[in-house]
Design a protein around this ligand. Structure first.
Ligand code: PXG
Length: 433
């Protein structure tokens, strides 16, 4: 087991007691002892259509045997255009241009570079600063961690971009604990963008604001009512681009296709990944308004490369095949509608854990829930880890971030599986010191 250096993992703990997944089907993983594990986290928030879906598997098999790889620079292949067309057709109205990447991290860095370059090609070269938010997660590349706000992901790398600032997190248990859906309080936190940040930096130097509409990785922070609309208004007032990182919130997670539609706020740039290909082949995308794309076209000669950016595996044929099959599945099975239909049971069962010891907040929207536990004195994160391990022993996979348990199952989950998911979390919490 020694050669593999595992990502975001307590390597030594893992190797002392490995948790090995060997196969998956529908709502379940199987481990190397042959146990079925209910997938309460859609892998890592990505397997929205469930595991081992035949149309996706077959599409990839066919594609591998037809065109295994095609260089994406100065050459094309039909599935890249088809995947972009389909994604644009289901995107929030007005985001009609699609740039493919291979992950959420690449999507974030691509979006940030696009934002800066967009102002530049229009002759507004002073706009270089990027604003993120405390507790935000935009992947692990240098751009993403620079605007990201998860302290633990930054502290070993104190060489982030300097032209950045961060809004305050919207997390406020004093006012919003045990909210169902969008919390009531906190829209005014968006005003910091105008009151402090544009004042401090001079708004004409700010290129973009990037936020997750719902902050997932940090522990499920649902946006307060009106907060995102307010951000949009301030960005408009000062000519700042608004980027939504929908890597987690895209593809039905919140009971709507996109958070942008769920909250009725249209960003200028939207990043997605994960559910785009059901996690089966790595893929991400950056969706932009046509005006942004067109500004690049207008600024370069016809035989010039307009945006010197891209990856060897952008629009990889297998990823495109997986994405097309995945988007078809979402539509054919109305999986986003299903997520919306099951959201109230999900909410009831999640909030039924209120009153269990250590539980200091429960929050939810669509098919996502966060259960925040009190931390053990001097040992933040250990209680969350123990609950995660107990759930695993009981055959349920959840995600934990510090002492917050996150639930985000595939959208094909059945009612009894929702019941079991939260029942097992309840047992695990009761058995944890
Ligand atoms: N943006 C957001 C909003 C994400 O949630 C990324 C970017 C980066 O995506 P890639 O594909 O580069 O990993 C993510 C990823 C967790 C967890 O514990 C969440 C993510 C990744 C790893 C763990 O909740 N989200």
């Amino acid at each position: 087991m020694q050669a593999y250096w595992m990502p975001f993992t307590a390597n030594r703990q893992f190797k002392s007691a490995p948790r090995m997944l060997v196969s998956a089907d529908g709502m379940y993983y199987k481990d190397d002892a042959g146990r079925d594990i209910l997938d309460g986290s859609a892998g890592l928030w990505c397997v929205n259509a469930g595991h081992n879906r035949k149309p996706i598997v077959e599409a990839i098999q066919r594609q591998a045997a037809t065109l295994d790889y095609a260089p994406p620079f100065q050459l094309g292949h039909p599935l890249a255009f088809e995947a972009a067309e389909q994604l644009a057709a289901m995107a929030p109205k007005g985001l009609g241009k699609v740039f493919f990447v291979n992950s959420g991290s690449e999507a974030a860095d691509t979006a940030l570079k696009m934002a800066i370059a967009y102002h530049r090609v229009r002759g507004d070269a002073a706009r270089v600063k990027l604003v993120g938010r405390e507790r935000g997660y935009h992947g692990v590349n240098f751009g993403g961690i620079s605007v990201g706000g998860i302290a633990g992901n930054r502290k070993l790398f104190p060489v982030t971009l300097t032209a950045t600032d961060h809004l305050k997190s919207t997390h406020d248990l004093a006012r919003n604990a045990f909210s169902r859906g969008e919390p009531e309080f906190g829209a005014e936190l968006a005003d910091e963008l105008e009151a402090r940040i544009t004042t401090l930096h001079d708004p004409s130097t700010i290129a973009a604001v990037i936020v997750e509409p719902m902050a997932g990785s940090t522990g499920v922070l649902i946006p307060p009512k009106g907060y995102l609309k307010r951000l949009r208004e301030i960005c408009d007032k000062y000519g700042i681009l608004l980027i939504f990182d929908e890597v987690i919130t895209g593809f039905g997670r919140l009971g709507a296709d996109w958070a942008a539609n769920r909250f009725d706020v249209l960003p200028d740039i939207l990043t997605c990944a994960k559910g785009l290909s059901n996690g089966v082949v790595p893929m991400g995308a950056v969706l932009v308004k046509p005006e942004i794309h067109d500004a690049f076209m207008a600024a370069a000669g016809e035989r010039m490369i307009e945006f010197p950016h891209g990856y060897t595996y952008s629009a990889h044929p297998l990823a495109c095949a997986a994405a097309i099959a995945t988007l078809n599945l979402y539509r054919d099975e109305d999986l986003f509608g299903r997520a919306a239909a099951f959201a109230s049971r999900f909410e009831e069962k999640a909030h039924a854990l209120r009153g269990e010891r250590h539980v200091k907040d429960i929050r939810n929207l669509g098919l996502v829930a966060g259960i925040e536990l009190d931390s053990r004195p001097g040992a933040a994160g250990q209680r969350g880890f123990d609950v995660f391990l107990k759930c695993w022993e009981k055959g349920v996979l959840v995600r934990f971030t510090g002492d917050i348990i996150a639930c985000s199952p595939p959208l094909i989950i059945e009612e009894q599986e929702i019941d079991r998911l939260f029942a097992v979390i309840g047992e695990a919490i009761r058995e944890t010191e």
